[in-house]
Design a protein around this ligand. Structure first.
Ligand SMILES: NC(=O)c1ccc[n+]([C@@H]2O[C@H](COP(=O)([O-])OP(=O)(O)OC[C@H]3O[C@@H](n4cnc5c(N)ncnc54)[C@H](O)[C@@H]3O)[C@@H](O)[C@H]2O)c1
Length: 397
């Protein structure tokens, strides 16, 4: 076990802060004790934001160039939390310098770049992981356990939606999220999460069909200042074209079972709602991110007069809650930021060679496979909903 680990986060925006905070929380959760963590640097081209974030989360310094983090001998572990099109260059340089990398999803903005990143990860001696945070959500992890232990059994049908409304206002500012080709909008941004969750529960997607992409707000005003995350900054009267999808939908064929995935960034009133039903051979389960530590559960075979969906509030004994909260008492609740802490803890455990019992984070090959699904959905949409095969995971890995 290393004596200490130096940590940096590149990108101090919306998700960057979640990573910065997660590294501070991670050593306080679960067993065993991690090596000493040194909170070294927050990297951001926006110096003011970088400095404020470093101060707020207790990091020693801020670096306005990510190259300085690559070159820093006191940094071992780095989260890459910037626009998708910047992931490859930064991640490859970090891996070549021997840093352990936790890269945000989607792995990149293009499938070819993602494949090159996975090849770089294979050559590297350090750990390379992708941040599919939702697998750490107690409700989702609990449903997966019920599927795998046979309580719910084999998935017959998955129906999922990820509704967000960060782009519902046509006067919302232009940002990196609206640039890039077909499939780089809502599909890449939130569809990457939902496709990962669908496979986490129902197994490998073999093909997709019925792909549909739509851009409903085609121009957006440029911001007057910098835009962080989904901020609605002040805007100018200069407009630019939106280059990607506000809405995406597609059907999936799993190894066994079928599914439907729909995502949107213009779903007014649903700021952040990943929700799904999963219908299985012995019953079904429902999940809504707005209540992340509870699930709806229906088990077949009960009394025809009293059986029905029941609300199960997750508590100690369910995945991530025992030991995963400072006060892990029944019904104390869980929030999405906690999932970043569990993700950071699993990453640090792996880097430090500590067996904390948490499942590993997704590999770069998983990140490539996830992008292959999104690419297949895009090609389906471009070909009137045609069926498109997804490369088998065994071949991709
Ligand atoms: N797992 C999740 O739930 C989740 C949530 C949101 C975003 N994300 C992912 O995180 C990544 C970042 O998204 P975000 O919403 O935080 O973006 P953001 O726009 O809020 O923040 C990006 C930050 O990167 C900085 N930046 C730009 N160029 C840079 C450079 N060359 N070097 C260093 N910093 C630079 C910007 O100044 C900004 O502060 C994306 O890949 C996104 O898909 C994941």
């Amino acid at each position: 076990m290393p004596e200490s680990l130096g940590i940096a986060v590149i990108g101090a925006g919306m998700a960057g802060k979640a990573h910065a905070a997660a590294y501070r929380t991670a050593p306080t959760l679960f067993d065993p004790i991690l090596p000493k963590l040194r909170y070294v640097s927050i990297g951001d081209v926006n110096q003011e934001l970088g400095a404020a974030t470093a101060k707020r989360f207790g990091y020693e310094r801020t670096d306005s160039s990510w190259q300085a983090i690559v070159a820093a001998p006191d940094i071992d572990v780095v989260s890459v939390v910037v626009a998708n099109r910047l992931h490859r260059e930064i991640v490859e340089a970090l891996l070549a310098a021997g840093k352990h990398v936790l890269c945000e999803k989607p792995l990149s903005d293009g499938l070819e770049d993602a494949r090159l990143m996975a090849a770089a990860a294979k050559r590297a001696s350090s750990v390379a992981r992708v941040g599919f945070t939702f697998r750490r959500t107690p409700g989702i992890a609990a449903i997966r356990e019920l599927i795998q232990d046979g309580t719910l059994g084999r998935v017959l049908h998955f129906s999922g939606r990820y509704w967000t409304d960060y782009a519902a206002n046509p006067q919302g500012p232009m940002s990196w999220r609206f640039k890039g080709g077909a499939g780089s909008g809502a599909l890449a941004d939130v569809g990457s999460h939902l496709a990962y969750v669908a496979e986490f529960l129902a197994g490998d997607i073999r093909s997709v069909n019925g792909g549909r992409l739509a851009t409903e707000i085609t121009r957006r005003p440029l911001p007057l200042g910098s835009v962080i995350g989904h901020d609605h900054a002040e805007v100018s009267d200069v407009y630019e074209d939106v280059e990607n999808d506000d809405y995406a939908g597609f059907s999936t064929e799993f190894e066994q079972g079928v599914g439907q995935i729909e995502v949107s960034r213009v779903a007014a009133g649903h700021a952040n709602s990943l929700n799904f039903e999963v219908f299985c051979e012995n019953g079904s389960a429902t999940f809504d991110q707005r209540r992340p530590s509870e699930i709806g559960l229906f088990l077949s075979g009960g009394s025809s007069t009293t059986n029905g969906f029941r609300q199960v509030i997750l508590g100690p004994g369910h995945p991530y809650l025992a030991g995963g909260l400072p006060m892990d008492a029944p019904s104390v609740g869980f929030g999405q930021n906690d999932a970043f802490a569990y993700q950071a803890r699993a990453f640090l455990d792996e880097v430090a060679g500590v067996d904390g019992g948490l499942p590993l984070n997704a590999s770069f090959d998983d990140g490539v496979h996830n992008m292959e699904i999104l690419d297949a959905a895009t090609r389906s949409a471009e070909n009137d909903g045609a069926r498109v095969d997804v490369a088998q995971k065994e071949m991709a890995r």
